[in-house]
Design a binder for this molecule. Structure first.
Ligand code: GLC
Length: 398
């Protein structure tokens, strides 16, 4: 089977993860029903309060593009069992039966296609809503497979599926052949990803899976010796995937950028999450972070996309390549200025490349870099700019 679509996925490089559902109305995270022990009765009332503004998908796609994301993976159904898509009669617990009354996945795919973003579908495997999940598991699998079939056949070509929750019933018969076979039948080049969760990062399961996951971990090289397999690390801005109004534990923008380049150095993708509020809009701070990341991506000419790990090693830098040029990525370069206003962060680091460097320049400014014995100083950004992660473009004689 031709699995070259896996390499196309790797080239997308950077994606936006979106956790959106009934829990977004509550604003206490996507696990609130379970962890805060909210009764079915109480929780299900949210369906009457789920009103989503018309422009939500357009805004989402615009924000993703500002950050430099090339794909969006959205929760079509999360653990609470509520579907953002028209289940076509499979369940009453879907968006068509909510106050919103519109197929949000249809709107989402439409805006993605319009904006040149590849749509991906997250789908839960565990389900807190459907009784069959605990009472009649094979009947539940029928429902799951039919739901996936609806997603495969209603929205045109999609980039892939992202499953999550198998870890909840490890020994159960999930009928993976049938589940993945359904996708292969309708969407032969869709990526199939199944999150191994926090406990089994990077573990490759079923033979149909096209990527391993590193949820909130650190990426690593993925073994491609038997078949093409991608790697993807997902990360949250703060401590919840779904919108949590009182979560201020945001990571620094530079940390998120460092994660992104760490992913790329292992040929992995970075899937960065936002949790829209109940009406589908993003928190102001989330929009801001996406915009700031986007500035770094465009200052560095989008080199993060068509890039791979290289065999060249270096001191104080990671060396990546696009097949022609090499890119030395240096973290924590600091900012220079004047002792009255800047705190010089450790002075300029010396970068030593373990190969013959014939030419070097900064990717952000195009300024040439003086090189002596294949080494150079990681010149800090000058006062006025403090991007922390700096990239040198190298020509090497190998
Ligand atoms: C975990 C959580 C889930 C979240 C996912 C994202 O598996 O159960 O809420 O959707 O991680 O990676």
């Amino acid at each position: 089977m031709d699995r070259s679509y896996v390499y196309d996925f790797e080239k997308l490089g950077f994606g936006l993860f979106v956790h959106f559902g009934l829990y977004s109305v509550l604003g206490k995270g996507e696990w609130s029903k379970n962890i805060l022990k909210i009764s079915d009765n109480e929780y299900d009332k949210l369906i009457k309060r789920f009103k989503v503004k018309k422009t939500w998908a357009k805004e989402l796609v615009n924000n993703a593009k500002k950050a430099g994301c090339k794909y969006i993976t959205i929760t079509t159904r999360h653990h609470d069992g509520f579907s953002l898509f028209d289940t076509k009669g499979l369940s009453d617990y879907d968006v068509m039966h909510s106050a919103c009354g519109r197929d949000l996945i249809k709107e989402f795919v439409h805006e993605c296609n319009k904006g040149g973003i590849v749509p991906f579908f997250y789908h839960t495997l565990l389900d807190w809503h459907v009784p069959e999940y605990n009472l009649d598991f094979s009947k539940y699998i029928d429902y799951l497979v039919k739901s996936v079939e609806v997603l495969c056949t209603s929205y045109g070509k999609i980039g892939g599926f992202w499953f999550d929750g198998m870890w909840d019933k490890k020994g159960a018969d999930w009928q993976e052949d049938r589940l993945y076979g359904t996708i292969r039948k309708y969407q032969p080049t869709a990526m199939i990803i199944n999150n191994t969760g926090l406990s089994e990062l990077g573990k490759l399961g079923h033979k149909e899976l096209d990527s391993v996951t590193f949820e909130r971990g650190k990426p690593k090289f993925v073994d491609k010796s038997e078949r093409p397999v991608a790697g993807e690390m997902c990360q949250i801005f703060n401590d919840h995937w779904g919108y949590a109004k009182y979560d201020i534990d945001y990571k620094p923008v530079k940390t998120l950028i460092e994660d992104l380049v760490d992913c790329r150095k292992y040929n992995c993708n970075y899937l960065l999450n936002v949790g829209p509020c109940g009406d589908g809009s993003l928190r102001t701070i989330d929009k801001g972070i996406l915009e700031e990341i986007g500035k770094w991506v465009s200052l560095n000419k989008g080199f993060i996309y068509n890039i791979k790990a290289s065999t060249i090693t270096a001191e104080n830098a990671d060396v990546l390549t696009d097949g022609e040029k090499y890119y030395a990525v240096i973290k924590g370069v600091g900012m220079s200025g004047n002792p009255n206003v800047t705190i010089e962060m450790g002075g300029a680091k010396k970068v030593v490349i373990n190969a013959k460097v014939t030419n070097a320049k900064w990717l952000d400014s195009g300024k040439s870099i003086p090189v002596t014995d294949n080494s150079f100083y990681a010149e800090p950004f000058l006062y006025g700019t403090s991007m922390q992660v700096r990239v040198a473009v190298l020509e090497l004689e190998i």
